[in-house]
Design a protein around this ligand. Structure first.
Ligand SMILES: [Zn+2]
Length: 87
């Protein structure tokens, strides 16, 4: 979708802004909003359940895929970062 919100990206998804989110995206001028995929939304939905102690797969924490646990950690980290008022 273009234009997306108030960002300055062009139709190709390139913008004047450079983004770098440690452990998430390397420095790029690609529109960060265009990087949000259906899988991103799926992980965010799983994170809500994760916070209530409901894991993705049966069993305990050690039964979960490493990628899932890392994604939950990163999302928690950035949610807390946002709550701290830092950008
Ligand atoms: Zn954009």
């Amino acid at each position: 979708m273009w234009p997306c919100g108030e960002c300055r990206c062009d139709e190709s998804g390139r913008g004047g802004d450079k983004w770098h989110i440690p452990r998430v995206i390397e420095t790029t001028t690609l529109c960060a909003r265009k990087m949000v995929t259906p899988f991103t939304w799926y992980l965010l939905m799983l994170h809500k359940h994760y916070l209530h102690g409901n894991l993705a797969l049966p069993g305990g924490v050690t039964d979960q895929p490493g990628m899932y646990l890392e994604a939950m950690e990163i999302i928690s980290e950035w949610v807390n970062h946002g709550k701290s008022g830092n950008s």
